[in-house]
Write a protein that binds this ligand. Sequence first.
Ligand SMILES: [Mn+2]
Length: 145
Amino acid sequence: MLGGEHSITIGIVKSLFEISEPFSIVQFDAHSDQRNYYQGYYDGHGSVMRRIYELTPSIFQLGIRSIGEPEYKFIKGRNIEIVNSSTLIDNDVSRIVDDLCKHMEESIYITFDVDFFSMDVVRNVGTPEPGGVGWYKTLQIMKSF
Ligand SMILES: [Mn+2]
């Protein structure tokens, strides 16, 4: 699925759960998107992963570098795996992905917010954050799955 707004992922994942065997969610994003509400929206782009967590706790977040305190508290008490951007940039990503895969379902759904990238790859995003992952490193991560 290709969409311009991250919140469409809720409907997609919900539908796939009705017809598919269990799967894990792998999220490429600068933001955790685990707020219960964001700017008054329960099912907007700032809450998309919180809503998906209600469907499955098997969530793996890559490239995160912006996280609010309420989100942090929510994640900390649960088994949500986060690999932040600097860890991906500074380390062998094939080993990181291998380790993560040990805890994943055999099938995965990848949701990719382009603000995961460094700004030399994609600049015009709604909520830019410095310190994103470069093009070739991202390809390495993808190939490691
Ligand atoms: Mn984002």
